[in-house]
Write a protein that binds this ligand. Structure first.
Ligand code: AP5
Length: 216
């Protein structure tokens, strides 16, 4: 039976950080909608050009564009046994589309860890985040610093700060999250798959809580 885990939570809660831990632990692909958009922006594809305007303002990319992109990602064979979803779904329309896609594989969303942290913490985390150019590995100048400044520990590529991590864009992303994504909390609670995880704890502690929620 395939295993699909959806990480839910506001920007900076630690979804990307924990998705990488879970993907390794369960040997499942890490499907990050934000990473796929950024890869397309880097390669200047049509999708990248379309997404850029929304991402730079901290708005959501329209549902139809996002759902099509995830449908294409899920058409690859590595998602047939499951996936760790990070950043998708982000609206009830996307959640319904995901349910339908997974039904096609005989699967369903098994668990939705909802990672929370106070707004001030989210802002502090995003202001100090450094991301690796090659593979999106995530660091923080204070909470998870790389061994060498500006260089990824795992693949030695350059670390950069995301354009949408500017203070004013971060505040807008949090508002957008509250308005458009927070309704998914009750969506998944009603389906009996939501597990609340305190994200305001050291990274290893959050990972341990996730493993507990996943009964590992
Ligand atoms: P996306 O890339 O998905 O960004 P996000 O959801 O805003 O989340 P972040 O990546 O900012 O935060 P995170 O929770 O992953 O935190 P992280 O682990 O990095 O989306 C970007 C944009 O793309 C959106 O705004 C939208 O425009 C578009 N988009 C994407 N998906 C879409 C969709 N489905 N529909 C429409 N549009 C979409 O951690 C943050 C920092 O904190 C790091 O520095 C990390 O080292 C540190 N940290 C993590 N955990 C801890 C901890 N426990 N203690 C201390 N520090 C920690």
């Amino acid at each position: 039976m395939p295993t699909y885990i959806v990480l839910l939570g506001p920007p900076g809660a630690g979804k990307g950080t924990q998705a990488k831990v879970l993907a390794e632990k369960f040997d499942l692909p890490h499907v990050s909608s934000g990473d796929i958009f950024r890869e397309n922006m880097k390669n200047d594809t049509e999708l990248g050009k379309q997404a850029q305007a929304y991402i730079s303002k901290g708005e959501l990319v329209p549902d139809d564009v996002t759902i099509e992109m995830i449908r294409e990602r899920f058409s690859r064979s590595d998602c047939k046994n499951g996936a760790i979803l990070d950043g998708f779904p982000r609206t009830p329309v996307q959640a319904d589309a995901l349910e339908q896609m997974l039904r096609g594989f005989g699967g369903r969303v098994n668990l939705v860890p909802y990672i929370t942290a106070p707004v001030q913490v989210l802002i502090e985390r995003l202001a100090g985040r450094w991301t690796c150019r090659a593979n999106g590995h995530i660091f923080h100048e204070q909470f998870n610093p790389p061994e060498k400044n500006g260089i990824c520990d795992l693949d030695q590529s350059e670390l950069y700060q995301r354009d949408d991590d500017k203070a004013e864009t971060v505040l807008h992303r949090i508002e957008v999250y509250q308005a458009q994504t927070a309704p998914l909390i009750s969506y998944y609670k009603d389906r009996g798959v939501l597990a609340e995880i305190n994200g305001f704890a050291p990274i290893e502690e959050v990972s341990a809580d996730l493993m507990f929620a996943l009964k590992y």
